[in-house]
Design a protein around this ligand. Structure first.
Ligand code: HEC
Length: 155
């Protein structure tokens, strides 16, 4: 009797775990292809492209923005980050990329960055990406780095 109940339950949980793995693998593949959008500044290895003794962009390895709250990461990519004129070590500007990435590409690239370069963080699904785009739709300008978390929380 109990056995008849437990076996289907076990089978269902194994199946959903492999569905999650398949979705993650697909997102990583999409993300890797679309990381081309980020490479010009962050480098193929995510360490930030070096220009002399300066960098185009900061490293994404161990970045608390990339691996932390996905809403803050999504806000950075969708709207860009307002340039801090005091930071002379970073030459580039984090551009708003909402037009360049649809929900699946955004989810892929975020999942890829969160699980590459030594990072290990949760998957971001296309449904999450859609939700973030909707959540931040009224923000029309790049956000100051210092205000990213506050802005994400307020929306
Ligand atoms: C045109 C250059 C450029 C492109 C393209 C670009 N970035 Fe950036 N990115 C920057 C710069 C510059 C910063 C630093 C912004 C600041 O703090 O002033 C940055 C910051 C970030 C940060 C915050 C990192 C931290 O912890 O300091 C993340 C995360 C990030 N970018 C992800 C991405 C992703 C993902 C893509 C591609 C979808 C991308 N960027 C494309 C230039 C770029």
């Amino acid at each position: 009797m109990i056995k008849n109940l437990i076996i289907p339950l076990l089978a269902a949980s194994v199946l959903s775990a492999s569905a999650d793995e398949a979705q993650k693998a697909k997102l990583l593949e999409i993300g890797k292809a679309n990381f081309a959008t980020c490479m010009a500044c962050h480098g193929a290895d995510g360490q930030g492209l070096a220009v002399g003794d300066k960098k185009m962009a900061p490293s994404l390895a161990g970045s608390s923005i990339a691996t932390g709250d996905p809403a803050v990461f999504a806000l950075s990519v969708l709207k860009g980050i307002q340039k801090d004129p005091a930071n002379l070590e970073i030459l580039g500007v984090m551009a708003p990329l909402e037009m360049a990435l649809d929900d699946e590409k955004l989810a892929g690239v975020m999942t890829y960055v969160r699980n590459s370069f030594g990072n290990s963080a949760s998957v971001v699904t296309p449904e999450d990406a859609k939700k973030f785009r909707e959540q931040f739709k009224d923000i029309k300008a790049p956000v100051l780095r210092a205000d990213l978390a506050k802005t994400a929380a307020a929306k």
